[in-house]
Design a binder for this molecule. Structure first.
Ligand code: FES
Ligand code: FES
Length: 170
């Protein structure tokens, strides 16, 4: 009978009831992770898997600092439950080491403090895969989902264009 249990015992029960184990495929590696059903993907990536490249900013879908790839599409990981990411291909900035887009951001000085940068690079990398010859309008539309509080956006746009224009010549 539930009322025969102490408050502490009931909380343990409640906690366990909402715990599940999920298989997440992150940057090509499968991992079994013990989560609470209400945990966001951003929380699990950072706190359970130690992948801190995706950043917590607004936590309500506005800034894009938490952007990751889900099945090759950009997703704000603060808005997605970790449980929803099971059976999907998750890509984080840690899986994009030395990518053309990362190099372009460095070459064009497209960051200052860097807090927004992993989200921008992830979004722009996925843009380059989806629209390798994307127009200026498409670039603007995609980049509108990320906010930078330090740089002018010109350096970021120049970095993205340099990769897309390179793809055009291939
Ligand atoms: S932290 Fe996810 S959109 Fe800002
Ligand atoms: S470089 Fe600082 S917020 Fe974008």
């Amino acid at each position: 009978m539930i009322f025969s249990k102490s408050w502490e015992e009931r909380n343990v029960l409640r906690d366990e009831r909402y715990r599940i184990t999920v298989k997440l495929k992150v940057n090509g590696e499968e991992k079994m992770v013990d989560i609470r059903t209400a945990d966001t993907l951003l929380y699990v990536l950072r706190e359970k898997l130690g992948l801190t490249g995706a950043k917590p900013g607004c936590l309500n879908g506005d800034c894009g600092a938490c952007t990751v790839g889900i099945n090759q599409r950009p997703m704000k990981s603060c808005l997605m439950l970790a449980a929803e990411a099971e059976e999907k291909e998750i890509m984080t900035i840690e899986g994009l080491k030395s990518s053309p887009m990362q190099k372009a951001f460095i070459e064009h000085f497209a960051f200052q403090c860097g807090y927004c940068t992993s989200g921008f690079i992830m979004n722009a990398h996925l843009l380059s895969k989806r629209h390798p010859s994307g127009s200026d309008d498409i670039i603007k539309e995609w980049l509108a989902s990320n906010i930078c509080r330090c740089t002018g956006y010109k350096e970021i746009e120049d970095a993205v264009k340099s990769v897309l224009h390179f793809s055009e010549r291939e």
